[in-house]
Design a protein around this ligand. Structure first.
Ligand code: SF4
Length: 250
């Protein structure tokens, strides 16, 4: 795995490829971002953004949402998928905010992960983007891209979060996550577009996998031997061709 210094250098080079990297979820308050992030699980930010304007109008804060029922909520969030589980999480989250935090979103990881439907990744999104507290969300893109580059080394999002946080200064944590997420969505996709990547010279995956595969000599495709013609020029009895010929003769 790369040193902290090399990790910072990689991010210095990569950030200009995604200027202004930020969450793509639309929100104006921490409560709205928390709601949108819960909805974004197993969905896309673009899809969530089509649902949230009406939702935020109807439930502008935790007190309003806490009064809703799952029957009311489910049709409104149906298109984001897993709508039954998400409506329960949203109601539980809003009720817990009212009951334990005066209706406000708390600004600590410990308090956020106690809320229904809120894990470390969601908590980090809200801390970093809406509450001004450094947070480094690790989603599937961050996990894949960081491991490929060699700035992290684990399948466990918590371990990758720790490794990246140890290498980057806190004021860059959220930007680091946003940059790696956008890079994973646009360039370092499951099938990566390495020719367009700013950090191709620093990437372990490119050096050990992509370039090795490219340099491998291309095998000539095997040419099929032409089938031997029947000796008497007539097709073999019982073959499909024979049946078609017989049918045509009738
Ligand atoms: S060089 Fe390729 S594999 Fe490496 S980070 Fe860039 S796109 Fe991903």
């Amino acid at each position: 795995m790369k040193s902290a210094r090399d990790t910072r250098d990689v991010l210095d080079t990569l950030e200009p490829q995604h200027p202004g990297a930020d969450t793509e979820l639309h929100f104006t308050t921490a409560f709205e971002l928390l709601t949108a992030t819960i909805l974004s699980a197993q969905s896309t930010d673009a899809l969530v953004n089509t649902v949230t304007p009406a939702l935020f109008k109807r439930y502008p804060n935790a007190r309003a949402l806490a009064q809703a029922t799952t029957d009311e909520l489910e049709p409104q969030i149906h298109s984001t998928g897993f709508f039954r589980a998400k409506s329960k999480s949203l109601l539980g989250m809003a009720q817990a905010l009212v009951e334990h935090h005066g209706g406000e979103v708390p600004n600590t990881m410990a308090a956020l992960v106690e809320l229904p439907g809120v894990g470390r990744k969601t908590a980090n999104v809200v801390l970093g983007h809406a509450l001004g507290v450094p947070g480094l969300p690790v989603d599937r893109h961050v996990l894949r891209v960081a491991n490929r580059i060699g700035i992290a080394e684990s399948d466990d999002p918590i371990v990758v979060e720790q490794q990246l946080c140890a290498a980057m200064p806190p004021e860059r944590w959220t930007r680091t996550s946003d940059t790696l997420i956008l890079h994973g969505r646009r360039i370092c996709r499951p099938k990566p577009l390495c020719d367009q990547c700013f950090i191709v010279d620093e990437c372990d995956y490119f050096r050990t996998v992509v370039s090795v595969e490219r340099d491998r000599p291309v095998k000539k495709p095997k040419t099929e031997k032409p089938k031997a013609k029947p000796k008497n020029g007539r097709p073999k009895a019982g073959s499909g061709e024979t049946r078609r010929v017989r049918k045509a003769r009738r």
